[in-house]
Design a binder for this molecule. Structure first.
Ligand SMILES: [Zn+2]
Length: 236
C-alpha cells in the first residue's frame, strides 16, 4: 500500500470512530472523502488557517479533537503527504481550539520518531464524559446566535457557535452537564466568559458589556451556576 492509500484507510477509520463516539456523522466530509479520496479531501479542507469547520466544533465539544483531520495531518507519519502550509494550517486551527498535542507532535516530528503518540492516552482519560447532544441542542435553540452579542458566524453552509458551560465541568468546579448550565456563545464571548471578562447578574444583565443575556423562554438557566461563575469572577 502506498502512503496515500494508508492515509485513506486511516481517515476512514477515524471517521468511523468519530461517528460512533460523538454521534455526529459529518455527511459533507464523508461525501468529500468518497468522491475525491481522503487525501484530496484533506487538501481541499486545509485552506484557510482560521477556518473552523463544523466537524471540528463537534469534536471539540466531545473532547475528541484527536479524531480530527487536522490532528492526523500533524502526525509525523502523514506529514510527507502535505505541504508546510497545510501542516501549519492544521496546527493553527488546533491551537486555536486548545488541542494539547500540537507541541507534542511538533517534538515528535522534529525527532522523526514514527510511532503512535503516547500522549494521546492521557488526553483521553482527562476528557470528561459529556452528554453528546446537549451542545447541539443549546446551539439549535438559539440558531447558533451568540446569547451575548446575537452574532452568528457563518461560512458557506456552516453555522458556528460554541456551547459554554456556565459552571465548568470537572474539578474543582464540578458543574453539571445539563442544558440549564449551558450557553450558546460566539467564540469571542465564550473565551471572555471563561476568563472572567464578564459575568451575568440574576436579571441576566451583563454590566461589563452594557447589555443583557438573551435567554429563550424554554431555557431555564441554572441561577446557582450563574452565581457561581459571578462569584468566581469577583474573587479570582
Ligand atoms: Zn458573542
Amino acid at each position: 500500500m502506498t502512503l496515500e492509500q494508508d492515509f485513506d484507510k486511516h481517515i476512514r477509520e477515524q471517521h468511523r470512530i468519530a461517528k460512533e463516539s460523538t454521534g455526529y456523522k459529518a455527511p459533507y466530509y464523508w461525501k468529500m472523502i468518497n468522491e475525491r479520496g481522503a487525501l484530496q479531501a484533506a487538501h481541499d479542507l486545509l485552506v484557510g488557517k482560521m477556518k473552523i469547520h463544523d466537524g471540528l466544533t463537534e469534536l471539540v465539544l466531545h473532547g475528541r479533537l484527536d479524531l480530527s483531520l487536522e490532528a492526523s495531518v500533524i502526525k509525523p507519519q502523514w506529514r510527507p503527504l502535505f505541504s508546510p502550509l497545510e501542516i501549519e494550517t492544521a496546527k493553527t486551527r488546533l491551537k486555536q481550539l486548545n488541542f494539547p498535542l500540537v507541541d507534542a507532535m511538533e517534538n515528535l516530528a522534529s525527532q522523526e520518531i514514527h510511532h503512535e503518540q503516547p500522549q494521546r492516552r492521557s488526553y483521553e482519560t482527562n476528557a470528561i464524559m459529556r452528554d453528546q447532544y446537549l451542545p447541539k441542542k443549546v446551539k439549535e435553540m438559539y440558531e447558533y446566535k451568540c446569547q451575548v452579542c446575537g452574532f452568528r458566524l457563518e461560512s458557506g453552509d456552516y453555522w458556528y457557535a460554541e456551547a459554554a458551560h456556565i459552571r465548568p465541568l470537572g474539578s474543582p468546579h464540578n458543574g453539571t452537564d445539563i442544558i440549564e448550565n449551558l450557553l450558546c456563545l460566539c467564540p469571542n464571548h465564550h473565551k471572555l466568559f471563561d476568563i472572567g471578562g464578564f459575568f451575568i447578574e440574576d436579571n441576566y444583565e451583563i454590566p461589563q458589556l452594557k447589555t443583557s443575556l438573551n435567554v429563550d423562554a424554554m431555557h431555564n438557566l441554572d441561577i446557582e451556576a450563574i452565581r457561581y461563575h459571578r462569584n468566581w469572577c469577583k474573587h479570582s
